[in-house]
Each structure stands twice: as structure tokens, then as C-alpha cells.
Write a protein that binds this ligand. Structure first.
Ligand code: BT5
Length: 274
């Protein structure tokens, strides 16, 4: 829960309407319902525990009660539908800024929506994930809900099925990480980074930091699209937030990927992920 001092910090931002629950099914579900009921931009839903936390593509997001920052933010950006990915990206940058400030380390950003921590030449482990869901009204974006699950203080050891893929911030920082401090810092940074999306030059400045921190850029990748797999080199992130991949297949032209699952591949082996 937030005390009066914390609420005062948020009162100067668009995120002053913050609803914190000890339990809900999914903060994204709740924020989407609020959006459909006409809630204003800036509503934030936080939960200590989710009974049906959602990942992308019907996957689940797991978190023991109190272990994680589980939050969803309702925004109403004036962006074309094919650019809503940029909202999740500015949330990722904001979360990374908050971790650096509060926990003393900066995670990397794996396109499109993961915060990861490198594990010494043996690939990465996932610290957080973002689920972005849009409500469209014809060809216009009516609302975007961006939900973040960030592992902060998990009981150790992690459950066996996540031990190889997940990591918790306290393990990286070597001390417990204050969840409220991360949330407040994140929302303060989001106020800035989100605002950049609507500044001159088509909001180009918003993704500069994303590119800088994105560990997918320059990597060999396997891109898993519905019914198709592309193997190539991630060469750019466009101003719209799309990943540009130069396929290895001879003669194939660069592909712009709007959204997909991406696996980082080792340089020396055809299909081994790192
Ligand atoms: C994501 O999905 O990474 C987006 C997760 C978004 C969760 C937040 S929590 C607040 C808000 N409310 C919601 O209901 N959701 C959002 P995806 O890329 O599909 O990754 C899901 C996969 O990550 C799962 O299939 C597991 O393999 C793995 N996973 C599940 N829980 C994890 C955790 N706590 N840490 C790391 N990996 C996890």
C-alpha cells in the first residue's frame, strides 16, 4: 500500500490514481475493464498477488505473493495501432531506470518485452516481462494497457521449472529490493519517457535509450512467427519499435517484425540458443 508521502510523489504525474490490491486475478484484466468503462489515462493497478497472471499468447505469469512488482498502467496514446509496441518499450526503459536507481544494477532489454540479466556468457535469465494489450476503436487506439511483472524478492531457491530461465532482483543486487521504491521511481521515469513519444520528430527520442540497452540488437536470432521461422541478424529497431532482421537465407530481403518470440542464437551453432 502507498503512504501519504508516496501518494504526494505521484500527485505531480499522470499516475495519481493508483489502486493497490492484496489479490486480484490479473492487473491487466482489471485495467482493461477500467479502460472499457471509460477510466482516464494514467490509472495504475498494483497487486501483491495474482491468481491468474497472464503472459503473452495465453501463457501464464507466476509470482509468489509479495515477491514481485505486478502492475498495469492504462494509457490512451494518440498513436497508430502498429506503433503501440513503443509504449511497452518506454515502460521497459522506465523499469530498467528504476532498477538501476533502487537496486543498483541495470538489466538488459530483450526485444520485444523482456528485462533480462546476463549470466556470464551462458545466455540470459528473465527478470521481468511486459504484456501490452490494446483496445481499438476502428483504426484508432482507444487504450493501451501495459502490464509489468518484475521479480524482486523471490523465495530462494526459485522453483525448479523456473530456475534456469528466471532470476530475481535481490539475487542480482545481493540485498532485498524495495518494491514501493521501484514502483514510484518507475512511474516517475515513465512520465518522462512516455512524454517523449509525443515530442517532435515523431517521438524518435523515446527509443534512443531502448536501442542502447537492447541486447537483441546485433545478435543472431531465431524469430518465431505464426507458421514461420526466420533466422538472421537483428540489425535495427525502427522508430515504430519494430525489429529489423537480415535473414541468413541467401537473397532474402530484410524483414520488419512487429511482434514475435525471439530466441538469441549462439554465433557458432545453427539452432542452439544462448
Ligand atoms: C511476459 O509474457 O513476459 C509478459 C508477462 C507480464 C506479466 C504482468 S504481471 C502484471 C500484469 N498482469 C498480468 O496478468 N500480466 C502482466 P511471456 O513473454 O509470454 O512470458 C511468459 C513465460 O515466462 C512463461 O511461459 C514462463 O516460461 C516464463 N515465466 C513465468 N513467470 C515468470 C517469472 N516470474 N519470471 C520469469 N519467467 C517467468
Amino acid at each position: 500500500m502507498l503512504d501519504a508521502r508516496a501518494r504526494a510523489v505521484l500527485s505531480g504525474t499522470r499516475f495519481s490514481d493508483l489502486r493497490w490490491h492484496s489479490e486480484t486475478d490479473s492487473t491487466n484484466r482489471e485495467a482493461l475493464d477500467l479502460a472499457r468503462a471509460g477510466a482516464a489515462e494514467g490509472v495504475v493497478v498494483v497487486a501483491d498477488h495474482q491468481t491468474a497472471g497472464r503472459g503473452r499468447l495465453d501463457r501464464t505469469w507466476e509470482a509468489p505473493p509479495g515477491s514481485s512488482l505486478l502492475t498495469s498502467v492504462l494509457l490512451r496514446p494518440s498513436l497508430p495501432p502498429d506503433q503501440v509496441a513503443r509504449v511497452a518499450m518506454v515502460l521497459a526503459i522506465s523499469a530498467s531506470d528504476a532498477l538501476e536507481e533502487v537496486a543498483g544494477f541495470r538489466p538488459q532489454l530483450k526485444w520485444p518485452n523482456d528485462l533480462v540479466v546476463a549470466r556470464g556468457g551462458r545466455g540470459t535469465r528473465k527478470l521481468g516481462g511486459i504484456l501490452s494489450e490494446a483496445i481499438l476503436s476502428g483504426a484508432r487506439v482507444d487504450a493501451v494497457v501495459v502490464g509489468l511483472g518484475l521479480n524482486l524478492n523471490w523465495p530462494h531457491p526459485l522453483p525448479e521449472h523456473l530456475a534456469e530461465v528466471a532470476v530475481s532482483a535481490d539475487e542480482v543486487a545481493g540485498r532485498p529490493v524495495d518494491r514501493t521504491a521501484v514502483l514510484l521511481c518507475l512511474l516517475g521515469r515513465l512520465e518522462e519517457h512516455y512524454g517523449l513519444l509525443f515530442e517532435g520528430g515523431g517521438g524518435r527520442a523515446a527509443l534512443v535509450n531502448y536501442r542502447r540497452q537492447c541486447c537483441t540488437l546485433g545478435r543472431r536470432v531465431r524469430v518465431e512467427l505464426a507458421g514461420e521461422v526466420v533466422v538472421g541478424r537483428a540489425v535495427d529497431i525502427s522508430d515504430e519499435g519494430h525489429l529489423v532482421v537480415a535473414p541468413e537465407e541467401e537473397g532474402a530481403s530484410p524483414r520488419r517484425i512487429t511482434t514475435a518470440d525471439v530466441v538469441h542464437l549462439r554465433e557458432d551453432a545453427a539452432w542452439t540458443s544462448s
